[in-house]
Design a protein. Structure first.
Length: 267
């Protein structure tokens, strides 16, 4: 009898232990399912937007946005402005040619023959320039005006942009200025006149080679005079500090030309 009671007690203890173990085995499984469910819920929620200062910066090599081409209306405004500029320049050029004749008469009275010859040559250059501008087709000039900027240069503390034709105009200003200055300085030396490039008509006029387009006339005049005063110095003292003679024609040195202009390519 005692044996049966002990056997029954042992059986009940074993059954209780097995049930407890089964419940304990199921709890980690259910806990894991709950954790995964919370993780999925967090992933489904939208993330708040990062502030601008916390966003990663774009790499330095990121491609720049393509430049927008000017609209047809903007292009038309450019063309009309170029027409007005050139018309005003041609009118001013006509006045300058008339004024030069009075200066030439004064040089004859002063018997400055060499300087008179040099300024007569300058006057002939201006007249040829008038004829060339009148003969050039307007459509050709307008296409050149619409060419996008390619260079930057600094003038009077301000950076300005110009296209390839504008850059050519500035180079031409310095080169022609040097040529005219050299001849004027050499002429004053021949006439035994004092050193004074500012009184020379070509220096004051500074229009030779300008077309009334691509760059402001004030900029062209400035660079023409920069070339002129260097050429005058070389011509008056018969030296080649800023330029040289190529087949008898004065030519400014490339390094001097580059330092005067300081053109910076945009691309």
């Amino acid at each position: 009898m005692m044996t049966r009671i002990l056997f029954a007690s042992t059986t009940m203890l074993l059954a209780s232990a097995l049930c407890a173990g089964g419940v304990a085995a199921q709890q980690p499984h259910q806990h894991g399912k709950q954790q995964r469910g919370r993780a999925h819920a967090r992933a489904a929620q939208p993330r708040p937007a990062q502030p601008a200062h916390a966003r990663p910066a774009q790499p330095a090599h990121a491609p720049a946005r393509a430049q927008r081409r000017p609209s047809s209306q903007a292009q038309q405004r450019q063309v009309e402005a170029a027409r007005r500029s050139q018309a005003a320049y041609q009118a001013a050029l006509n006045r300058e040619v008339a004024a030069e004749q009075q200066r030439a008469a004064r040089l004859r009275q002063e018997r400055r023959r060499a300087q008179y010859t040099a300024q007569q040559q300058y006057l002939a250059n201006l007249r040829a320039q008038q004829q060339r501008l009148r003969a050039e087709r307007a459509a050709v000039r307008e296409r050149r005006v619409l060419v996008p900027p390619a260079y930057r240069y600094r003038r009077a503390g301000v950076y300005r942009e110009t296209n390839t034709y504008g850059a050519q105009a500035l180079r031409r200003a310095v080169q022609l200025g040097y040529q005219q200055g050299y001849r004027a300085g050499h002429a004053d030396q021949d006439d035994r006149a004092r050193f004074d490039y500012r009184e020379n008509y070509a220096y004051q006029d500074a229009n030779y080679g300008y077309e009334g387009l691509y760059v402001p006339q004030s900029d062209y005049d400035y660079y023409f005079r920069e070339g002129f005063r260097r050429g005058y110095d070389d011509g008056f003292y018969s030296r080649d500090q800023y330029g040289t003679l190529l087949n008898g024609a004065p030519s400014i040195l490339a390094g001097v030309l580059g330092s005067i202009l300081g053109l910076i390519p945009l691309h």
